[in-house]
Write a protein that binds this ligand. Structure first.
Ligand code: FE
Length: 169
């Protein structure tokens, strides 16, 4: 009987160990999958070209700048949220948009600190702070320290890098 019990016990142990082993692997896979979904979007330039309009591609992927006073959101006063035109990342609230007189949509704050990444940009013989979507790496515009209070910041953003989601009334 003792031997039988040991065999059964061993069998159960291996079986259960196997189950938990599989269970742990499945859980790790689920966690890894979730982390991947939350991580940055990575597409080839060819893939971006297929999903973005030519203006959006020029701004977001080629770090272009639209001429002042030409963008569709320069004078937009509607209530809502501005998102990244490439990935939908919610970037700015209409509540922090202000008339800077520069000809580009201007905001004094992002929706939260993790929405954009700031990078040093030394192109065109200037030292500026580039604003990049933290989710897809798309170029949005530049940030300057001459904005209104309470932040004193001015996020100078290209309309073509943005989409606008109007608040439902
Ligand atoms: Fe994005």
């Amino acid at each position: 009987m003792g031997t039988t019990n040991t065999v059964v016990y061993s069998y159960l142990l291996i079986k259960n160990f196997g189950f938990y082993n599989v269970f742990i692997k499945v859980m790790l896979y689920v966690i890894y999958d979730c982390m991947n979904k939350n991580s940055k979007i990575q597409k080839t330039e060819k893939e971006w070209k297929e999903t973005l309009s030519s203006d959006e591609f020029c701004i977001l992927r080629k770090k272009g700048t639209e001429p002042p006073f030409t963008g569709k959101y320069v004078h937009n006063k509607e209530k809502g949220v501005y998102t990244c035109a490439a990935c939908g990342n919610e970037l700015f609230s209409s509540d922090v948009k202000f008339e800077s007189g520069t000809g580009w949509p201007s905001f004094w704050e992002t929706l939260s600190n993790d929405k954009v990444e700031l990078k040093t940009d030394t192109s065109h013989g200037m030292k500026r702070t580039e604003v990049v979507c933290s989710n897809c790496g798309g170029h949005l515009g530049h940030m300057f320290e001459d904005g209104p209070q309470p932040t004193g910041l001015r996020y100078c953003i290209n309309s073509a890098g943005l989409h606008f989601k109007k608040t439902k009334l």
